[in-house]
Design a protein around this ligand. Structure first.
Ligand code: NZQ
Ligand code: ZN
Length: 386
């Protein structure tokens, strides 16, 4: 097992009817900016619950943060923060609203002229404006981690940021919010969380027995609850397990002491930036090709995953590893998620070369757990995914 440090300061408030508790978490003298997305919270009752809980605090609102949070929109919100002298941020939404809020938390205290530099210069935020979240869509784990991904339409870029100052102070997770999520977003959430576990697990054996079993148990739980969540998003037992699995998949716990890959995400973000494909769907497009391309490096863990998660007991290591990739792809298909780029766009010609060029320009010359996945290999993987 590798050496590691673990510190996660986010307080989780989990369960039925917990949104009211935000009033105990936000300082009474705070001036709060309530941030939300395209308006789903106004239709499903979450907005009303939040407003009731904030009745005794001064609140300004900023809605309209789009899926794949857009830099230009966030810059409008930053102006509100400065003009209104906001002291506390409250994100009410999915990964996009929470990530947008993390960017604002960093940008509000940023001393440079251009907040976009936080992303391009990979500036780690040590201290941000304090914020909390009310999660409305289980998927990203953003509610209990310190990372964010921000999109800039103008340049077709989608870049990650983060730092120890960007953990939410608290996050409210009431699984009842899942009832109003459309099936497409439920499938996205299941796929995203599943792939988060794979990114931290599908590398090479390092003797981290507990981390492996944490990871496998999250995968098994997602597989078990997925059909129930899709069939009936008011099934509390299924949705509460779905929600907690998504948080546990990316709150730092399972990645401690083990190598990480994250190439699927790095490549997937480019597909969202170029074509606007939902984040989770880009992962389902890239993961099978990535695991086939890097088969020799990953086959021991692929076979272990096949045995323990998919109960594949027949054949050699190679057989089990290959069958595990097929099972993964079939799982995405069962969720209604297509796994080829050509399923999403007809304009895919040249995409592999474009992504390889972008990675070269950014100096991303060696991705993956061995830091050997060079842009020419990335190009091959993307072509396999056409
Ligand atoms: O905008 P509104 O009206 O709220 O509607 C949203 C949006 O259209 C809707 N929705 C959310 N909760 C709902 C609901 N509709 C009905 N009922 C509810 N309770 O769902 C749509 C998608 O929301 P979004 O927040 O975009 O989805 P998700 O949570 O999947 O977030 C995706 C973003 O997170 C980033 C992705 O790249 C993408 O930009 N990621 C963030 C990560 C992190 N911070 O750790 C890690 C991930 O790998 C990922 O990259
Ligand atoms: Zn993801």
């Amino acid at each position: 097992m590798n050496n590691f440090e673990l510190k996660n300061p986010t307080k989780i408030i989990f369960g039925k009817d917990t949104i009211a508790q935000i009033k105990n978490e936000i300082p009474q003298d705070a001036k709060v900016l309530l941030l939300y997305g395209g308006g789903s919270i106004k239709k499903n009752g979450i907005y009303d619950q939040v407003k009731t809980a904030l009745a005794n605090v001064e609140v300004v609102e900023f809605g309209g943060i789009p899926a794949n949070p857009e830099y230009a929109v966030l810059m409008d919100a930053l102006k509100v923060i400065k003009d209104e002298k906001i002291s506390y941020l409250l994100a009410v939404g999915g990964g996009s609203v929470i990530d947008g809020t993390k960017f604002l938390s960093a940008a509000a205290l940023f001393e440079g002229d251009t907040p976009w530099d936080i992303l391009t210069e990979n500036i780690k935020t040590e201290k941000g404006m304090p914020f909390g979240t009310v999660l409305t869509l289980p998927a990203t784990g953003s509610e209990m981690n310190s990372g964010a991904v921000i999109t800039r339409k103008e340049t077709k870029e989608k870049l990650a940021m983060g730092g120890p100052g960007l953990f939410p102070e608290f996050s409210v997770l009431d699984p009842q919010v899942i009832a109003s999520i459309p099936e497409r977003q439920l499938a996205n959430g299941l796929t995203d969380a599943f792939t988060h576990v794979l990114e931290q697990y599908m590398t090479y054996p390092i003797g981290a027995l507990l981390q492996d079993r944490f990871a496998e148990s999250i995968l098994q739980t997602i597989i078990e609850v997925a059909p129930k969540v899709i069939k009936d998003p008011t099934d509390y037992e299924a949705t509460s397990n779905f929600m907690w699995s998504c948080t546990m998949a990316l709150n730092g716990l399972i990645q401690k002491g083990v190598p990480g890959d994250w190439a699927v995400h790095a490549i997937g973000h480019e597909l969202t930036a170029l074509f606007g494909i939902d984040h989770a769907r880009t992962l389902a497009v890239i993961a099978p090709s990535h695991y086939k391309f890097n088969f020799e490096d990953k086959k021991e863990k692929l076979a272990q995953y096949g045995e323990r998660v998919w109960n594949i007991s027949e054949g050699s290591i190679d057989d089990k590893a290959y069958a595990a990739i097929e099972k993964t792809e079939a799982f995405f298909h069962e969720l209604g998620i297509d796994t080829k780029l050509s399923d999403y766009t007809k304009d895919y010609d040249g995409t592999a070369e474009e992504i390889a060029k972008r990675f070269t320009d950014r100096g991303w010359l060696g991705l993956g757990e061995h830091q050997t996945l060079s842009p020419d290999k990335v190009e091959k993987i993307v072509k396999m995914a056409y």
